[in-house]
Ligand binder design. Structure first.
Ligand code: SAM
Length: 186
């Protein structure tokens, strides 16, 4: 599996559909790192261009790099060590290219896509054909901005719920875990 994922804090949409930058949350750092690590993703990129946010994430990660934290919870330290902080999605893609010698296929996710390129099986077929790593993008706020989804290499089929009233509002952490499992198994 040659998979990378990124949680994007800019550019994302707000409730009005405008492009904004969101704040990083502690839960997203920990829970997504654990899913990514459990399902063999190579790195989890946290994308934020805001210096104060990067300092905050750096401080949280720094705490978990200490010997005391390692003794207390080595599994968590191991998951967090897979995190990389970047300013932009392009920077994450460039880091992957430097590691792999080839640009990644950028895959976007969203609950409300009306048109998409296929499900996880179709994505895997595409990966086999292209022989590239993937960079799977997840949004915060009201989701990834159009400036990212319109230029992505692959729009992944949304996760459809089964609620009779069509309620479908997963947290990003749940969506990550579901896709990680599907990609690992399909
Ligand atoms: N603060 C919110 C939270 O975590 O509850 C962030 C919501 S954000 C819009 C949720 C992100 O998770 C989406 O941008 C997308 O990447 C992913 N997501 C959520 N539900 C999804 C679904 N049904 N299908 C595909 N992706 C989904």
């Amino acid at each position: 599996m040659n998979y990378y994922l990124a949680l994007v804090h800019a550019p994302v949409k707000n409730k009005l559909g405008e492009e904004v930058t969101t704040s990083v949350t502690n839960l997203d750092i920990h829970d997504i790192a654990r899913s990514a690590r459990t399902f063999g993703f190579k790195h989890y990129f946290i994308v934020t261009p805001i210096t104060e946010q990067q300092v905050l994430v750096g401080r949280i990660l720094g705490h978990w790099q200490t010997d005391t934290a390692n003794e207390y919870n080595p599994d968590r330290q191991s998951a967090l060590s897979y995190i990389k902080l970047v300013n932009t999605v392009a920077e994450a893609a460039a880091q992957i290219e430097a590691l792999e010698g080839v640009k990644p296929l950028v895959v976007v996710t969203g609950a409300n896509f009306k048109k998409y390129d296929g499900d996880e099986k179709a994505l895997k077929q595409r990966i086999m054909l292209d022989n590239k790593p993937i960079l799977l993008l997840f949004g915060t706020g009201w989701g990834l901005s159009d400036s990212l989804t319109n230029v992505a290499d692959f729009k992944l089929e949304p996760i459809f719920g089964t609620a009779q009233d069509e309620y479908n509002h997963l947290s990003v952490r749940s969506a990550v875990a579901i896709y990680c499992d599907r990609l690992a198994r399909n």
